[in-house]
Design a protein around this ligand. Structure first.
Ligand SMILES: C[C@@]1(CC(=O)O)c2cc3[nH]c(cc4nc(cc5[nH]c(cc(n2)[C@H]1CCC(=O)O)[C@@](C)(CC(=O)O)[C@@H]5CCC(=O)O)C(CC(=O)O)=C4CCC(=O)O)c(CCC(=O)O)c3CC(=O)O
Ligand SMILES: NC(=O)C1=CN([C@@H]2O[C@H](COP(=O)(O)OP(=O)(O)OC[C@H]3O[C@@H](n4cnc5c(N)ncnc54)[C@H](O)[C@@H]3O)[C@@H](O)[C@H]2O)C=CC1
Length: 210
């Protein structure tokens, strides 16, 4: 999972596909720049609210300078090819929405439950199938996972800040992963642990590693 926070990501094109890729970038905290003479209402609104930067013109050579990622999302095959070439020549990872295999990465169908992120990809074979499968899996994942991930996150941070010795740390992180908290959450019998309870647990088990 790549950290896109505050990274400049350039989407070329302003149609439905560009909108979808931009939405995913905003969810990931990226700085999205859209280059296109036209844009969907959704993109225009985000531009007016300064959530994205909209460069209202056609793509020009040099537009990808300083980009962390690029997306070729115009309906012009040749323009998308030019974007991919410029990105590859300048070492910028590029997603080609019109010809998946030509780009350097493709985007999966994604859903989130708090800190849990599930990505489904068919490697380009059938984007609609990815979407359908993702929705099917999503129905099976309730809020219980969000609570579980919150618990893991708090416990892991505390273990890392309190236990410097690597074999002890490893032992505790493994014990943490093995605890069946999810079942407790589902049964409704899980009480969130206080920081004191977590510290007591760490102190109880840290010495037990072989
Ligand atoms: C290779 C890839 C490259 C990339 O874009 O990263 C790619 C490429 C292409 N998509 C095309 C068409 C459609 N794509 C969608 C939808 C999605 N496409 C996504 C990803 C990917 N699409 C990557 C592969 C991922 C994988 O295989 O798993 C999703 C999962 C994620 C996202 O877009 O971020 C998102 C669902 C998001 C969600 O809702 O969950 C729909 C459905 C719709 O719009 O309702 C259609 C119309 C129906 C159809 O054609 O099936 C075409 C043909 C264009 C033409 O007509 O020529 C190409 C070109 C080609 O095949 O190379
Ligand atoms: N990867 C995916 O998920 C999907 C990909 N596609 C592909 O994506 C392409 C775009 O689809 P839509 O967004 O629906 O098309 P669209 O026609 O709604 O939008 C195309 C956009 O590209 C812009 N554009 C055209 N020439 C440009 C240039 N020289 N510089 C900058 N922007 C330019 C237009 O102004 C318009 O905003 C399709 O042609 C198809 O190949 C289509 C469906 C899904």
């Amino acid at each position: 999972m790549m950290n896109l926070r505050e990274q400049r990501c350039v989407v070329v094109g302003g149609g439905a596909v560009a909108e979808r890729k931009t939405q995913a970038l905003l969810e990931a905290g990226a700085k999205a720049v859209v280059i296109s003479p036209s844009a969907t209402a959704w993109l225009q609104e985000r531009s007016e609210d300064n959530k994205i930067e909209w460069v209202k013109r056609r793509f020009r050579k040099g537009d990808l300078a300083g980009a962390f990622l690029a997306f070729a999302a115009t309906d012009q095959e040749q323009v998308n090819a030019d974007i991919v070439r410029e990105a590859k020549n300048t070492g910028i990872p590029v997603n080609d929405t019109s010809e998946g295999e030509r780009g350097s990465f493709i985007t999966p169908s994604v859903f989130r439950r708090g800190g849990l992120i599930v990505a489904v990809s068919t490697s380009g074979a059938g984007p609609s199938a990815s979407r359908r499968l993702s929705r099917e899996i999503e129905e099976r994942f309730g809020d219980d996972y969000e609570r579980y991930i919150d618990f893991l996150s708090a416990a892991r941070a505390l273990i890392k800040s309190r236990v410097a010795e690597s074999s002890q740390r490893k032992h505790l992180l493994r014990l943490l992963a093995e605890m069946d908290i999810l079942t407790l959450i589902r049964e409704g019998s899980f009480q969130p642990w206080s920081e004191e309870a977590l510290i007591a647990w760490i102190d109880q088990y840290r010495g037990n590693c072989e």
